[in-house]
Each structure stands twice: as C-alpha cells, then as structure tokens.
Design a protein around this ligand. Structure first.
Ligand SMILES: Cc1ncc(COP(=O)(O)O)c(C=O)c1O
Length: 400
C-alpha cells in the first residue's frame, strides 16, 4: 500500500507546484537531492578524484541497484550520460551490414530513428515499420510474419513512446525475437520507474534508459543493459582507456562486461544520485506505483474527454501514465503556458511531430499537450488540472 502523504513529504518540489512533466524530468525525492549535493560538497573539500575514491564502494553499489531494478547481473550494466548515449553505444556496435533489416514501431523516438536512417545511408541496412493492431500497439501477428525474413537481425522499439500511447507487448515481442534468433533492443527510457521491468521476462538483449524521468534521478546520467553473452561479442564503436586497456604500444584489450560501453570521465554525483533514485523506487515498490499511476491517468482521461473542445489522443490496450490531448483551435504551447501561469503553477509539456514523426503523421497530429503523471501526484492535483483546462477551454471559446 502506498503512503501518498509520505511520498509527497519525500518530494521537496511537491509543495511548490503541480508537476505533470514526469516524462520530461520528474521531481527528485529528497534522498536523491541530498545524495547529489552531499557528493558535490565532498568534491569541493576533498577534491573530485579523492571524493570518488572515498565513494568507490557506493559507486559499485549503483550497478547492483540498477541490476536489481531490471533483474539482471551487475556486470551487464553500464552507466553513461543519458539514454541516447546508452542506446547509441549498443546500436552502433552491432555488426549490421548491407541488406540487414531492422524492425521498429511507428512510435519510435526520432533520436533512435535518425541513427537507423544514418546506417541506411552509410551501410545499406533497411528499416521496416511493424504495423499497429486495432488497439494501436505493435501487431504481434504482423511482427511474426515479418520475422520470417531471414534478413531481419534486430527488433528495436520503445516500451512507451515519448508521446505516450500504448505500453508495447514487450514480453510477447521478446519471445518472438528469441524464437527467431534476432536481437531485441528495448528503449525503456519512459518505462523505468514507471512500471515493473523484468528483463528475464522480457528477454531483450539490450535495454537503454535514463535517470531523470520516471525514475526520478538527477539529469545527465543514464544506463545500458547488455546481456552477458552478447556483450562479450560486441566491440564498442568508441573506446577509451576505461573501456579498454593498453597492454603494449601496439595492443589493447577491451574490458570485460558492459562497462566497455562507458568512458572514463563521468558525473560522479549524478551516478550516486541514480543509485539513490533506484533504491528509493525499489523501496516504495514499482508495482504499487504503476497501479496508482494507471488509475490516476485513466481518471484524468475520462474527465478531460468530457471537456468541450478537448480531444484525448491516447491509444493502446494498456495505456501508460502519459496522457495526451489537444484543445480545439489552440496550440499545445498556449495550453502549456496557460497552465504554468503564476496563479496555476501546473507543469505539463508539449510533444510534437519532431519527436515521433511516424506515429504523429499517421494520426494527423502536429503536436499534443502531454500530461505525465507519477505516483506522488495527488487526486487534488488532478482536480486542479481538470479545472484549469476547463476554465482555459472556456476562455478560448469566449474569445472565439
Ligand atoms: C522514448 C525515449 N527514448 C529516448 C529518449 C532520450 O533520452 P535522453 O534524453 O536521456 O537521452 C527519450 C527522451 O525523451 C524518450 O522519450
């Protein structure tokens, strides 16, 4: 059972404003904030390298915590700057060549889709989009049929898109990938801390994620999981003296484990903060948080749908905590600004065709208001948001 009062007391920002931008960057719990600041203070008085040496066991523990979060082994984890760098390091290391095929979803993030196009141009690989089923998620039947082509080497898609939509059926996708003998790269950037993610159940070979979103860690840090057996075969696209060791002037050895995807310099305070965020989420319980997030999001969708001029845009058999909508004749930016006004202080964000082009174009959308709910958000905050959207919609209708 979640204790909402405690969750909010743990969150310094919860008293300051109403934050529904958890898919952008969530509000850090106090323990995360104190971990980051504490380390920065030690750097200031001990020296950066000396502070890191003093924190060496705690830094090791970060890998164990992330491994526990995903149900994998600590040597299968690399901690890097963000989800994009994590994803890139794995993707660009895969031996994809002319004629090889990648399958992805229409909900793919532009930051991942652009590298597909780059490899298409550079190496002659081919990208194919798995069509959606009637509910709006990846069609399992279509995926199965597409996997019959032996040129398919990789399935790569996000569990939850940056613009919301369905929670993809990743366990079924993973089973199909394993049966077909193709790699499965899961972008769990919007998934970690949002809903339970068990790599043993999903069966993905690679997973990338970030700290600052639903995990509620600091900015500027993310992580990568690469299955041990695959990792041993992958040569990172970039190497440095942390990822590899110079043995002689003509010979180097790549280090074992997923840390071959890291580089030497990092934000140590942020890395410790990531560990604190993971430990906090695991202590609270991700399954109960997911149940609450879904309940709040469903309630919000129902209530927004009753407001004149509002169209709720979410699709999928299982919907996430990201609620998207448009307001007639009004830009998403105008809604975002109106809600952020000093009297309301409600943070939402806007998601545009630039981030998820295939999905948005297929639905005839240029942009949407994105309300991303976390477990620490209260029922009162949902009420305040609904009232604010209602009154803004009325103001806009009066102007017209
Ligand atoms: C689905 C998805 N993948 C990847 C990313 C990139 O994450 P980062 O900004 O940490 O690199 C985002 C960021 O919004 C995202 O929503």
């Amino acid at each position: 059972m979640l204790d909402l009062t405690q969750l909010r007391a743990d969150t310094p920002g919860a008293d300051e404003l109403i934050h529904f931008n958890n898919a952008g960057a969530s509000l850090m719990p106090r323990v995360v904030l104190e971990t980051v600041i504490g380390h920065l203070q030690r750097e200031a008085v001990l020296g950066g390298y000396e502070a890191a040496a003093a924190a060496s066991q705690r830094l090791e523990n970060v890998y164990a915590s992330v491994a526990r979060l995903l149900n994998v082994r600590p040597d299968e984890i690399a901690v890097v700057e963000n989800a994009t760098r994590a994803w890139d390091m794995a993707f660009y290391s895969l031996p994809l060549r002319t004629g090889d095929v990648i399958l992805t979803s229409a909900t793919e993030y532009a930051g991942n889709y652009i590298p597909y196009l780059q490899l298409q141009r550079q190496r002659g690989i081919e990208v194919r989009i798995v069509p959606n089923d009637a509910a709006g998620q990846v069609s399992v039947q279509a995926l199965q049929a597409m996997l019959a082509d032996p040129r398919v080497l990789l399935i790569s898609l996000p569990i939850i898109a940056t613009n919301g939509g369905p929670v993809q059926p990743v366990e079924v996708i993973g089973t199909l990938a394993r049966a077909a003998g193709v790699w499965f790269l899961l972008d769990a950037c919007q998934g970690v801390g949002h809903l339970p993610i068990d790599v043993q159940k999903i069966g993905c070979h690679i997973l990338s994620a970030t700290s600052r979103k639903y995990l509620r860690g600091p900015r500027g840090v993310g992580f990568l999981y690469v299955e041990r057996e695959l990792c041993a075969q992958l040569e990172p696209a970039f190497l440095d003296l942390h990822a590899a060791t110079l043995q002689t002037p003509t010979h180097f050895e790549i280090r074992p484990g997923a840390r071959r995807f890291e580089n030497w310099e990092c934000n140590v305070a942020a890395k410790l903060g990531l560990g604190a965020a993971v430990d906090y989420a695991l202590t609270i319980g991700i399954a109960p948080m997911w149940a609450r997030i879904r309940r709040l999001a469903e309630d919000l969708r129902t209530r927004l749908a009753h407001i004149h001029g509002v169209s709720v845009c979410d699709t999928g058999a299982i919907k996430s905590g990201i609620v998207t909508f448009t307001l007639d004749a009004c830009s998403a930016q105008a809604v975002e600004r109106a809600l952020a006004m000093q009297t309301r202080r409600i943070n939402v964000s806007r998601t545009t065709v630039r981030s998820t082009m295939l999905d948005m174009q297929a639905r005839g959308l240029q942009e949407m208001v994105r309300v991303s709910i976390h477990a620490y958000n209260s029922e009162d905050e949902i009420d305040a948001l609904v009232d604010a959207v209602k009154s803004f919609a009325r103001e806009m209708a009066d102007v017209r």
